[in-house]
Ligand binder design. Structure first.
Ligand SMILES: C[S@@+](CC[C@H](N)C(=O)[O-])C[C@H]1O[C@@H](n2cnc3c(N)ncnc32)[C@H](O)[C@@H]1O
Length: 282
């Protein structure tokens, strides 16, 4: 048992804190009740994962911002943990799915359930909000040093319009503002410039000493491994953030099967992890 000291960051006890500092982070979250709606996105994150991250980097009642909110994995995670949350999302289709989730689901005993199945009085509504638009514009409406944590999952790199990735998931089909989509940046250099622009705004809105958490997958393109997590971390260090660590995350429950890339020819990785970058304003 660890000695009790004032906890400046979260509501965890010492053992829970220690457990969460492990850099290997293998989860096994099965799809939740909202999964059938959220899965239309294709790159969504389990709300339970986001809830665990939020529980570590904030206290109850604090404000979380997600500039790339998608269908609301972070926002639902914030509701599960009784934090305030605001998200920005460029694509109207994803905002509408999130609004549908808000109208059809509630929280009972820290689980999200369909509203019609909620037979108890202990029902909590989803209170987090999502605004439609470009995060680089919308974030300007947030006051200096008013946010307790920025926790987000940006597009992983550029030129998504060229790859099958978005076609498979209908990503662009509904997107009237494709040119503002970070995932459609014309090159990795452009992508890092956009991320740096966002990083400067995140620095402005975050309270001192608070955390900027980015979930980001590495990529493999034209026969070369692109350590995107590392490069985004470097971009944010140039903005002023201190890199405090990385957790290597993989959700076993929803992991896709290994694909036989270049077997007998050369090494091609099946990238089954994502980096959780932990940056701090200090
Ligand atoms: C990896 S997804 C986030 C998924 C999210 N974590 C979830 O659980 O649904 C990245 C999202 O960023 C959005 N996006 C890209 N550029 C944006 C911008 N400039 N402003 C706001 N959202 C943007 C995309 O439409 C996409 O939904």
């Amino acid at each position: 048992m660890l000695a009790r000291r004032e906890n400046r960051l979260n509501d965890l006890d010492g053992s829970q804190w220690l457990y969460w500092t492990d850099t290997l982070y293998i989860t096994n979250f099965p799809p939740d009740a909202t999964h059938p709606l959220r899965q239309r996105h294709g790159a969504m994150k389990p709300p339970e994962l986001m809830a665990e991250i939020i529980r570590f980097f904030t206290k109850k009642g604090e404000l979380v911002l997600d500039p790339f909110a998608g269908v609301g994995g972070t926002l639902i995670g914030a509701d599960l943990t009784e934090r305030e949350a605001l998200g920005f999302e460029l694509n109207r289709c994803w905002v509408q799915i999130f609004e549908e989730i808000k109208s059809k689901y509630v929280i009972v005993n820290n689980k999200i359930v369909p509203r019609e199945n909620a037979m108890t009085e202990e029902v909590r509504l989803l209170r987090s909000r999502m605004e439609e638009g470009d995060c680089l514009e919308l974030i300007k409406g947030i006051g200096d040093e008013t946010v307790d944590a920025v926790i987000t999952d940006p597009p992983y790199g550029c030129q998504h319009y060229l790859s099958g990735f978005k076609k498979e998931t209908n990503f662009n089909m509904f997107n009237p503002a494709q040119e503002k989509d970070f995932g459609n940046a014309a090159s990795f250099e452009m992508y890092f410039c956009l991320m740096a622009d966002l990083g400067r705004e995140v620095w402005r809105v975050l309270k001192p000493g608070k955390y900027f958490i980015l979930l980001i997958g590495d990529r493999y393109r034209n026969g070369e491994y692109i350590p995107l997590g590392f490069r985004v971390a470097e971009t944010m260090r140039e903005v002023g953030f201190r890199l405090k660590g990385v957790k290597i995350w993989c959700n076993q429950a929803t992991r896709r099967p290994l694909r036989p890339y270049a077997v007998y020819q050369c090494f091609v990785p099946n990238i089954s992890h994502q980096n959780i970058l932990i940056l701090r304003k200090e």
